[in-house]
Ligand binder design. Structure first.
Ligand code: PHE
Length: 461
């Protein structure tokens, strides 16, 4: 009976959700999911907090050794399952004669994605607020303390944060509500290339800002004494976060991928684009930070507190600032829609809900939980658990704990449990050593590396 239900729903899903119209729209959508606040807001500030060079190197290592194989695995599982991550694990476990408990890995992925959405929308709201501030020339000729004050005032203003959080969630509802082709595709095809263009203009400015070499040195000269077990865990977590793996987003997008597309090639392009954009964002940001004697380790406020100082001082600064924050909103948006999709697909498939109803329900609950993040920066600023605010705890728990653990389990599932035949059918490539390398990575490399970083963090090794 169970088997009948799973297969039956699999056959139907193509018609429920639709499919990507081509390989390139999938690649754009998946790259749009990967490139987000993680690249432009989070990567620079955690690189700044964790000492630059060595952290960046370890992060790149994690992207190649752990991120890439899991990205391939997720897209593969998604396309084979053609359902939401929970049903996909249940279906594939059954096909491979494995225990039903694997569906809980799907539950863990969807839950992690949902939790990320709750705070992602709040931070995206900061970018929305800064887009308006930039357009109104709020930074022009302002002193650094006045600009810093603008950021502090925004964080203290809970109704304002709530307003922007609500605006962002409403935009997500509209796009995800229209489904794969009408909503998601149309949005990313426009937003992603535009974002690349704006970023390049900013790097052009940074190159002429006078501190480009210092920026490069900070990002690429490793000082291994600065690499602590905690920063290694953060680098690992961020490699998962930035590639949108370990929370079902890529699996959900893979479920709408046409059969012919080469998964290995697509994953390679996605990871490359994502890495280039993070590094380019760093190259746009750090030279400006150094040229203006700003603090590299100013945390989540880095781009909001420091960049506007540079924007305020440069010619046509309001224009560049507005472009920059529009870009950040775009980047966040194409990621947010992909975090919403797995839970929405699950409600549609499990309860036969209409897409719009499912989207309203998921984003409604996420919006409500997001209020906790809004309050973390003002009324609940001093309410802490393990030294972290509600937002800090959610971020740490999802990015640094749930994502790497999910990634390791996905590796174990696809490397050890999945039927060989499925792997060969899905990953078809003339370059056979690529499949062997992927198998080695999922079987041994990923579980061992995640295990070592986690045990090292816990002080056990
Ligand atoms: N990869 C996105 C970023 O870097 C965040 C994200 C995580 C998006 C998980 C979707 C799923 O900002």
């Amino acid at each position: 009976m169970q088997s009948f239900i799973l297969k039956d729903s699999m056959a139907q899903n193509k018609s429920i959700h639709g499919q990507w119209s081509s390989r390139w729209t999938f690649i754009l959508a998946a790259a749009g999911s990967a490139v987000g606040l993680g690249n432009i807001w989070k990567f620079p500030y955690i690189a700044g907090e964790n000492g630059g060079g060595a952290f960046v190197l370890f992060y790149l290592l994690c992207v190649i050794m752990i991120g890439m194989p899991i990205l391939i695995a997720e897209i593969m599982l998604g396309r084979r399952g053609r359902q939401n991550p929970i049903n996909t694990f249940a279906y594939l476990a059954q096909q491979s004669k494995q225990h039903r408990a694997w569906r809980w890995l799907g539950v863990s992925c969807v839950t992690a994605g949902f939790l990320v959405l709750t705070y992602y929308s709040v931070i995206a709201g900061w970018a929305l607020d800064y887009t308006v501030k930039s357009a109104m020339s709020s930074f022009t000729h302002a002193s650094s303390s006045a600009i810093s004050q603008l950021f502090t005032a925004l964080l203290a203003n809970a109704p304002m944060l709530l307003f922007w959080h609500t605006v962002f969630m409403l935009a997500v509802i509209v796009v995800v509500g229209y489904g794969v082709q009408k909503g998601l595709e149309r949005a990313v095809c426009w937003l992603f290339p535009l974002m690349g263009l704006i970023l390049l203009i900013l790097v052009g400015y940074a190159m002429n800002s006078g501190a480009f070499e210092q920026g490069i040195a900070f990002l690429f000269n490793p000082d291994f004494s600065k690499l602590t077990p905690n920063s290694m865990l953060i680098a690992l977590g961020h490699a998962c976060f930035t590639l949108s793996i370990g929370l079902g987003g890529m699996m959900a997008y893979g479920a709408y991928l046409p059969k012919k597309t080469s998964i290995i090639q697509a994953a390679g392009i996605i990871a490359l684009l994502d890495t280039i954009i993070a590094l380019v964002a760093g190259l746009a940001i750090f030279p400006i930070v150094f040229a203006n004697d700003l603090a590299v380790n100013s945390g989540p406020g880095l781009i909001f507190q420091t960049l506007p100082i540079a924007f305020g001082a440069m010619p046509y600064g309001s224009f560049f600032a507005t472009l920059f924050f529009i870009m950040l909103v775009f980047a966040a948006f194409t990621s947010a829609i992909s975090i919403t999709e797995p839970a929405v697909a699950w409600l549609m498939e499990k309860y036969h809900m209409h897409r719009f109803h499912a989207v309203w329900l998921i984003t409604g609950i996420a919006w409500f939980v997001g209020i906790g993040t809004v309050l973390s920066f003002n009324y609940w600023e001093n309410v802490k658990l393990f030294g972290l605010t509600f937002f800090g705890l959610l971020d740490y728990l999802t990015a640094n704990i749930m994502l790497p653990l999910n990634a390791a389990l996905i590796a174990i599932f696809s490397g050890w449990c999945l039927r060989r035949q499925i792997i060969h059918e899905e990953l078809k490539t003339p370059v056979t050593w690529l499949i062997r390398a992927w198998q080695f990575a999922t079987r041994y490399l990923v579980p061992t590396a995640v295990g070592i970083v986690m045990l090292n963090f816990l002080g056990i090794i």
